[in-house]
Design a protein around this ligand. Sequence first.
Ligand SMILES: Cc1cc2nc3c(=O)[nH]c(=O)nc-3n(C[C@H](O)[C@H](O)[C@H](O)COP(=O)(O)OP(=O)(O)OC[C@H]3O[C@@H](n4cnc5c(N)ncnc54)[C@H](O)[C@@H]3O)c2cc1C
Length: 581
Amino acid sequence: MDSVAEVQPFDFIIVGGGTAGNSVAGRLAENPKVRVLVIEAGIGNPQEIENITTPAKAFDLRGSQYDWAYKTTMIKREDYERVEKPNTRGKVLGGSSCANYFTWIPGSKATFDDWEEFGGKDWTWDNIVGYLRKCATYHDDQKLYPKELSKVGTGGPLQISHADLIPEIEPFRDALTNAWTSKGHELNEDIYSGTMHGLTHCLDTVYKGTRQGSFLYLNGKPNVTVLSSVQSKKLIIDPTTKACTGVEAINPATGEELTLTAKYEVIVSQGVFESPKLLMLSGVGPASELKQHGIPVIVDSRHVGQNLLDHPIVPFVLRLKDGYGLDDHLLRPGQAHDGAVSAYCRDKSGPLSSGLLEMVGFPRIDERLNKYAAYRDIKAANGGLDPFGPGGQPHFELDFVPMFSSAFQWHYPIPPSGSAFTIIVDLLRPLSKGEVKLNSANPLQQANINLNFFGEDLDILAMREGVRWTYDVLTKGEGMKDIVTGDYPWEMPIHSDEAMNKVVLERSQTGFHPCGTTRLSKNIEQGVVDPQLRVHGVKNLRVIDASVIPVIPDCRPQNSVYMIAEKAADMIKAQYSSLYS
Ligand SMILES: Cc1cc2nc3c(=O)[nH]c(=O)nc-3n(C[C@H](O)[C@H](O)[C@H](O)COP(=O)(O)OP(=O)(O)OC[C@H]3O[C@@H](n4cnc5c(N)ncnc54)[C@H](O)[C@@H]3O)c2cc1C
């Protein structure tokens, strides 16, 4: 830390070396004279950690030293409450890009166009689509997919490729595809041009058997200094001028403290739970909340920590005939496992090289929803627009994992033998909203997180019907129905609304896609940051990460987060044009 102190001030300080933080740092450092500091709470060498770089080990990261492992209120209703731990976020240089499950999905045009209400024209599909594609370089080494898809990655540092079609699960893949089409649903390889429907082969942040994370933005950038294993304590904001000049930080292991100053700007990129926490600790937040913890108010900003959106999921497991899943290859010792390990050691191929979410489905289930008066009433009150997909977006993302996945089913033991199949039903535009508050003024104490899933009853109904729709395809569709041998750990009570509602409350989890806690806005009455992602009421301070998202992406969100970082970096470069001309 001494050496960092000696080279101050930095031009820009980025607090949180995660998905967005490193991307912004890498772009700002494109002028080799600009000096950027990244402060990261986790370790700084993700590329050397096998569990991070090996795709199929991703599920093992939950609860590890690279996980913030948040305690989280999942549901808080009059009739049902559930608090759980751990809720995973990456704690390492690269943040959640080092802990996530790789799928690379852009989202629908209609959803980004809904961002206009908050961020103006700059934040609509036409003005963001270039940034969705700038962050990555597309690979289809085996030339299996339409050529036009190369537009999806146009030279960025992340190498993305279609999930390897590993031979071990070819029969499973064929059965799934057959079941889907036999039920009259479409296959679609282009979910990248503004609409997303059907079953698709996923693109992943995996290339040549190795995870691609935001740390790649820092390669070849000696003008970025990374201060790892150091946590922010507080932003330094002058109460009179309301200008942010730096950050106070602490090494939690040694207690050593440091004051770091920025010549131009401080950029907060600590993620959805930690970015609003840092703002509040620094006096920017709802006055009542700050006063409760004895924090002097610099800007009374009532949306800080509010508008927390996330995708609730219901995972379920089907038993398959022996040999159809990867359970023996990845979960249990034995011959298949030894073979998988040696293939990966040899040339990074085989089951260990797989991101595991190979195929993803995007259905709408209008017919089922329209059967219920509760849904029809809310739709009518919404001007006749479907609340779960007003612009024709998919209602669900369905992820199909060809084995038992403990990352989504941590309450149940790994089946001791046989093959299993984990299905994740992800409700893409829930009506319920949660919030992040402080537990105390201690920067080392985690924030108080309430995801508030199913706060709105209609989310339960939609989720229940989504599970039923999916269960029907998988247990009755051609091909799949011949290899599914039962449920695990117990039967899905598919014929009872009441029992299915209970399943939704009892078995739901987070999809790990939270956003919104410092949302994009036209003014402080609507949110926390302006369309340039500058914090309302404070000078020289931005938030750039998933917290600024005002309407949740209708898919897994990492592509959106990289897009935000890329766009924001260009905005900063335009503002400091003398540095970047
Ligand atoms: C388990 C999991 C699976 C997922 N799977 C997918 C997927 O398959 N596809 C997809 O598109 N998306 C997926 N996501 C979501 C996606 O990865 C995230 O939305 C995205 O990475 C969030 O980026 P961010 O920059 O907002 O936050 P992060 O990447 O989490 O970055 C925040 C950074 O700030 C650091 N930090 C926090 N507090 C402090 C502090 N006080 N001081 C210093 N540093 C601090 C953190 O350690 C971290 O490095 C998944 C996420 C998780 C957790």
